[in-house]
Design a protein around this ligand. Structure first.
Ligand code: PMP
Length: 449
């Protein structure tokens, strides 16, 4: 007889079983012990864009489930409708949409699309993807090869694809410039250096998050960074893929974060907020040129996943995007989001353990340091960002622990405040009050350790 295990779920944290969620409504979540939390983390993974329990989405979902939830033999009205909506939501020139079930799948698709495009253009040697350090593009081995998040990679080396990584535009700890205000764009030039090093004839694409999420919450590049990157990509016939899985769908106060740089990418990948967590959904948006090269060439993009474009997820995506637009949530992310950035900076920005507060809209990152002058981080064992997130949770507010530790010389503990786009100023105040208290308390604790 087998003895019954306490839990059979193979959790990510093999030591601590996470709390059990009971239910959620609007921007609040309850655990199974009846504790209520204000969710300033968008479901912990920066997923929830429009809040929990939105009736219009639930209705769209149930109606579609009654009609047809899956039929891979045909396209469907929700898939066609959502593609149209996304093409209108995306920057000019990005009109063709391929659906998948999440962010990693979206980036796998983008990598293969870039390769296939070059094959059809007669450059079949172009297969490498240049990524950046302090980035996260997903956990499948292709997306992880492009990822520059050392902790996520370290137990799975060597990567299937030995992709090169450029220096991140990490202004707070730049390896090139000492001052944010005197950025010389050497981080962008590092992309060119890598392309030349690898041989431009072998490089298919460069991939980057416009504003970084999991690997360095809220890292924002210089205002000229992406136009310089665009020039470099054009010079060597390298496609520009922007990973908007976390930063997209209005979170930063623009439809897509790349719009803050006024730069047109060749491919955008989406996930998370696109379905606000009601169903798994992701998308890849690209140009007619790339679409047509693949279609006219071999006539097929031989790539897909069983659940890509399923009517149920697309009906949800369509209802979510309609809700975002009808309720002007991108505008709300811009205005309440800048209030969030200001309030966090006011409340904790002056503390001696806060290195920087950065981000845009509803994507705010905080870096904690042991010494503000030298920017020396706390030792990884202290796990200070995780402790702050845990204490804030005890005070009734969920935030996003990002990650602690020293990575490839880019050191630092960061965490994020990434609430749903529906957040109000009052909810920002409540979040910032709990955060301020948690940061001060943890600061006192570590002083005596
Ligand atoms: N790209 C980015 C920028 C992400 O933040 C994530 C998820 N944290 C992914 C890709 C992977 O998405 P998923 O977990 O849905 O596969």
């Amino acid at each position: 007889m087998k003895t019954k295990a306490q839990t059979s779920v193979f959790h990510r944290d093999l030591v601590n079983t996470p709390k059990m969620v009971s239910h959620a409504d609007g921007v609040h979540v309850w655990d199974a012990d009846g504790n209520q939390y204000l969710d300033a983390s968008s479901g912990g993974n920066v997923v929830i864009s429009i809040g929990y329990g939105v009736e219009k989405v639930i209705d769209a979902m149930t109606e579609q489930a009654r009609k047809v939830s899956f039929c891979g033999a045909f396209t469907s009205e929700p898939q066609e409708a959502l593609a149209q909506q996304l093409a209108e939501f995306a920057p000019n020139g990005l009109d063709k949409v391929r659906f998948v079930s999440g962010g990693s799948e979206a980036n796998e698709t983008a990598i293969k699309l870039a390769r296939h495009y070059h094959v059809e253009s007669g450059n079949s040697e172009k297969y490498k993807i240049v990524g950046r350090w302090r980035s996260y593009h997903g956990n499948t081995l292709g997306a992880l090869s492009a990822t520059g998040h050392v902790l996520r990679r370290k137990n799975y080396l060597p990567m299937l694809l030995p992709f090169p990584h450029a220096a991140p535009p990490y202004q707070y700890r730049c390896q090139f410039c000492s001052e944010r205000s005197s950025c010389t764009l050497q981080c962008a030039d590092d992309v060119e250096r890598l392309i030349l090093n690898e041989g431009p004839e072998s490089v298919a694409a460069f991939i980057a998050e416009p504003i970084v999420g999991a690997a360095a919450m809220g890292m924002v590049a210089d205002p000229k960074y992406f136009s310089r990157v665009r020039e470099i990509c054009d010079k060597y016939d390298v496609l520009l893929i922007v990973d908007e899985v976390l930063s997209g769908m209005g979170r930063t106060g623009a439809n897509f974060a790349i719009e803050h740089w006024n730069t047109r990418p060749d491919i955008i990948t989406c996930g998370k907020g696109i379905s606000s967590g009601y169903t798994p959904l992701g998308a890849v948006i690209t140009t007619n040129e790339i679409h047509d090269a693949v279609r006219i060439g071999s006539g097929a993009f031989e790539h897909g996943f069983t659940y890509g474009g399923n009517p149920l997820s697309c009906a949800v995506g369509s209802a979510v995007l309609t809700y975002i637009q009808d309720n002007k949530l991108v505008e709300n992310a811009a205005t309440v989001g800048s209030y969030l950035q200001e309030r966090v900076a006011q409340e904790i920005g002056g503390l001696d353990i806060v290195g920087e507060v950065s981000g845009k809209g509803m994507l705010c990152g905080i870096e904690i340091v042991a010494d503000r002058e030298t920017k020396e981080p706390f030792s990884p064992e202290i796990a200070i960002a995780t402790r702050i997130a845990r204490r804030t949770q005890e005070l009734g507010v969920l935030i996003n622990p990002s990650f602690s530790g020293n990575v490839d010389g880019y050191r630092g503990d960061r965490f994020g405040i990434c609430p749903p786009l529906t957040f109000t100023r009052e909810q920002v105040d409540e979040t910032v009050d709990a955060l301020g208290r948690a940061v001060r308390e943890v600061r006192e604790q570590v002083r005596f350790e």
